[in-house]
Design a protein around this ligand. Structure first.
Ligand SMILES: C[S@@+](CC[C@H](N)C(=O)[O-])C[C@H]1O[C@@H](n2cnc3c(N)ncnc32)[C@H](O)[C@@H]1O
Ligand code: SF4
Length: 399
């Protein structure tokens, strides 16, 4: 799961007054996966090679794009993000069709970031060049670990060696590469984790997203932990692993520009994620995709139908969404705070003032006095102390 002006495609949506329209980003959800990982609770289905269903979904995504473009009117394109599921399994011509159509409907003012999430298997790595040809210019690789035993535990269908081969191919096809890693696995030590992070850095990634393993109740891991088969690291070790992450990446010159996202420099930040974290509008396309758009009636939150058949049929019937809500302006502002405080740039003080908060008294002043947030250049951002406690900080701020 985002940053700012120095990047050519950085959005200024966070500077807009409430209700004003800015550039628009596009999120495309491709739900198919070769295998379902035991920790994952995203909207995914096993890829059973149903080519007709997949072609139907690709067409529904294009039709949905056209319909939503007509709703939001003329905008500049900010970025495109293909997420999943496993969009590296999406036919490259279907990716190209979305990229072309999006550019035609929302002419961008300059070159934009087109990101795609990829799994590092041999089969998928063979498609990277075609995906680059289709217009993808940034690959986000779900490597998760460089340890074969850990990959097995995580239920991944690739080895560390296979991932290294895929990274080599990706480096030839894309100028911008990001890596996802999962830490706080049972039995993982600090030194092992430091070594894995160093491997990612040695391999030349410009962007690292280390995610702490989250145990979701509805997943195979959730059930295993519930029956006591194994336990994730305790709070203290998890906190040490977090500190190790920050320390190792910082020492290598990578800034944590968001809680779980570290970039080598400003240009390496993900402009798509930044656009979302800054409260910019984005269209959600594909099963279960979330969207946010500013229309005359206010800021609208959408959630597409989750099942592939329901979504495709819904698009054909003019009702792709399972949920469509006009956000109360206060809720929309609170959401901007929840997202914006995840980033180093934080949020404008004026946004917090709109929510009735003052920098000099009350809850916000207390959090400043305790060193959890700081005011700089008219913006409030979480400090290094506040970041690991962000959930509690936000709760204290917005209660
Ligand atoms: C939904 S996946 C899609 C990308 C691709 N299919 C993959 O697996 O690499 C995006 C990222 O979310 C992270 N992720 C998913 N479930 C997680 C969990 N329960 N705990 C921590 N990270 C998780 C993984 O790092 C993964 O790369
Ligand atoms: S982690 Fe990625 S590959 Fe695994 S089930 Fe989730 S989306 Fe699919």
């Amino acid at each position: 799961m985002l940053n700012p002006p120095p990047h050519p495609s950085g959005s200024a949506a966070h500077l807009l007054p409430r209700g004003e329209k800015g550039a628009i980003a596009i999120y495309v959800h491709w739900p198919y996966c070769a295998r379902i990982c035991p920790y994952c609770d995203f909207n995914v289905v096993r890829d059973r090679g149903r080519t007709e269903e997949q072609a139907g979904l690709a067409q529904a995504i294009l039709d949905d794009l056209e319909a939503q473009a007509a709703l939001v009117g003329p905008r500049a394109l900010a970025s495109i993000f293909f997420g999943g599921g496993t969009p590296s399994l999406m036919p490259p011509d279907a990716v190209a069709a979305v990229v072309e159509r999006a550019h035609a409907l929302f002419p961008p003012t300059s070159a934009i970031e087109v990101s795609l999430e990829a799994n590092p298997t041999d089969a998928e790595a063979g498609r990277y060049a075609a995906l680059a040809q289709a217009g993808v210019n940034r690959l986000s690789m779900g490597v998760q670990s460089f340890d074969d035993a850990a990959l097995k535990f995580l239920g991944r269908d690739h080895s560390a060696e296979e991932a290294r081969r895929a990274i080599g191919l990706a480096g030839r096809a894309f100028s911008r590469l990001s890596i996802d890693l999962i830490y706080a696995r049972p039995g993982q030590g600090l030194a092992d984790w430091r070594a894995e992070l160093s491997t990612a850095l040695d391999l030349g990634f410009e962007h690292v997203s280390p995610y702490q393993l989250t145990i979701e109740g509805t997943t195979a891991f959730g059930r295993a932990v519930a029956r006591g088969a194994w336990s994730p690291p305790d709070e203290d070790l998890a906190a040490e692993l977090y500190e190790t992450t920050q320390g190792t990446l910082e020492a290598a010159g990578f800034e944590a520009y968001e809680v779980s996202n570290h970039a080598r420099d400003v240009a390496a930040r993900s402009s798509h994620n930044l656009h979302v974290w800054r409260g910019g509008d984005y269209l959600g396309l594909g099963p279960g995709a979330h969207g946010r758009m500013t229309l005359a009636e206010g800021r609208i939150a959408t959630v597409a139908r989750r099942r592939i058949g329901d979504y495709s049929q819904g698009v054909a019937d003019g009702s792709p969404w399972a949920e469509r809500e006009v956000l109360d302006p206060r809720d929309a502002d609170e959401e901007r705070v929840l997202l914006g405080l995840r980033t180093v740039e934080g949020v404008p003080l004026s946004l917090l003032q709109r929510l009735g908060l003052s920098a000099d008294e009350g809850r916000l002043a207390d959090l400043r006095a305790d060193g959890f947030v700081a005011l700089k250049d008219g913006r409030i951002a979480a400090t290094a102390t506040g970041r690991p406690l962000l959930d509690a900080v936000l709760k204290a701020l917005l209660t």
